[in-house]
Design a protein around this ligand. Structure first.
Ligand code: ZN
Length: 416
């Protein structure tokens, strides 16, 4: 069986024939020459219609999927057409590649699929190619996917941000969090109002106006934009962010108090208590439980703040918005009397966003923002994998590639 027989089986294109396959002189690569089928006119790459030939360019090498450790190249001399429709001499369109890249579409899809499972660096090493070529492949597949994806009806979105480099470099991520489909919809560079506005523009009024639920944290500019753009949607404050803010407040109380006790020369009972206090009490081991119980006997601000935080967890157990509201009001009342400023700040903020928090219960907890948290964790894993260069463009591609559930270019055969 010949190589050309196999190629005709899995990578055959109308209008072209495989002519000959041979080794290069160093026996490291296989080159297969491709020719236009007789009487098969070239297709203009601008208007995609057949057009009369004009001349032929020098032979080009298109890199194909390597075979048994050999590099494989298709050799083809592109024709130029004198297209009357376009009124210009234009290079022809070839179905296995595009005008700019040296990789065939099949190889790009192949590399991109591996690059979803391995890091880009590992993919490049596994197929003895360069990181840049993997980048090209992913870029091609993601660009195609974004152009061809169907947004359809989007019921629920979650908005979050993620730090991608030191020095307050944030990305804004918007996910679709419908029951049946969760995917990354949009990435905004930086966490700004302008960047977030870009999401509403990109999705279009038609899609945006039909959104029913929005989950987001309490960053005021986001809330404002969501109110403006999705006035009909039920806005749900992100449970995860409320808990995270409360942990931050508790941590602040603890570190202030630790400092004060040290200055006053008191026993360092709060030493190494950080994780004890920040972790869910159910997640503590036996020894940690004893230490926590010990700690709770002290009349410390930190202890009182911890108890307030733990008491707050009960909120999520409610199913009726009315009872949840009563609980929330009571918790805020107690906290405002606590004389613990960071916790009072939380209570004030919760009071200001009372309705948004209760929307969580109105949505019957269906859209717990745990979904957003899960997606964000996946995003962080994607970022952590080594991508060679931590530029915005690389991250954008990697995130869309792994979380966007984008459609893939059609291929004549599943090589992978
Ligand atoms: Zn044309």
């Amino acid at each position: 069986m010949e190589l050309i027989t196999i190629l005709n089986r899995c990578h055959r294109f109308r209008g072209f024939v495989y002519h000959q396959a041979r080794f290069t002189s160093d026996h490291k690569s296989i080159e297969i020459s491709v020719r236009p089928r007789k009487r098969s006119p070239a297709i203009c790459s601008r208007c995609h219609q057949p057009a009369p030939g004009y001349d032929q360019l020098p032979e080009r090498r298109f890199e194909f999927i390597p075979l048994w450790g050999f590099f494989v190249f298709l050799l083809y001399a592109m024709r130029r057409v004198d297209c009357r429709r376009c009124g210009a001499v234009v290079v022809e369109e070839v179905p296995w590649g595009d005008g700019k890249r040296t990789l065939t579409r099949a190889y790009m899809l192949f590399l991109a699929r591996w690059a979803r499972r391995l890091s880009w660096k590992e993919t490049a090493e596994a197929f003895r190619t360069s990181w840049e070529k993997v980048f090209d492949a992913v870029e091609h597949v993601v660009t195609w996917g974004l152009e061809h994806r169907v947004l359809g009806q989007i019921d629920a979105i979650g908005v979050d941000e993620i730090q991608y480099a030191k020095g307050h470099k944030y990305l804004t991520l918007v996910y679709q969090i419908d029951i049946g489909i969760t995917r990354l919809l949009w990435i905004g560079k930086e966490r700004t109002i302008e960047s977030f506005q870009g999401f509403f523009t990109a999705m279009g009024k038609d899609v945006i106006s039909k959104i029913v639920f929005v989950c987001s944290d309490m960053w005021e500019p986001y809330l404002k934009l969501i109110r403006e753009n999705c006035s009909e949607a039920l806005h749900i404050l992100d449970r995860f962010h409320i808990v995270a803010n409360m942990n931050k407040a508790l941590d602040q109380v603890r570190s202030e108090e630790t400092g004060r006790m040290k200055r006053e020369g008191r026993a360092p009972v709060l030493k190494k208590s950080r994780w004890l206090l920040l972790r869910h009490s159910e997640n503590l081991g036996d020894e940690q439980h004893f230490r926590l119980r010990d700690l709770l006997r002290y009349n410390l601000k930190t202890v009182r703040a911890y108890l307030l935080k733990e008491a707050f967890q009960q909120l999520w157990e409610y199913s009726s918005p009315a009872w949840a509201g009563k609980f929330l009001d009571e918790w805020c009342r107690q906290t405002m009397r606590s004389r613990i400023e960071p916790m009072k700040k939380i209570a004030r903020s919760l009071r200001n966003h009372r309705e948004l928090i209760l929307n969580y219960f109105r949505a019957q907890k269906l859209l717990s923002s745990g979904v957003v948290e899960g997606l964000n964790n996946k995003a962080k894993v994607t970022m952590r994998k080594s991508y060679g260069f931590r530029t915005y463009r690389v991250l954008e591609l990697a995130l869309y590639h792994s979380l966007g559930k984008l459609p893939e270019p059609e291929s004549t055969h599943d090589f992978f």
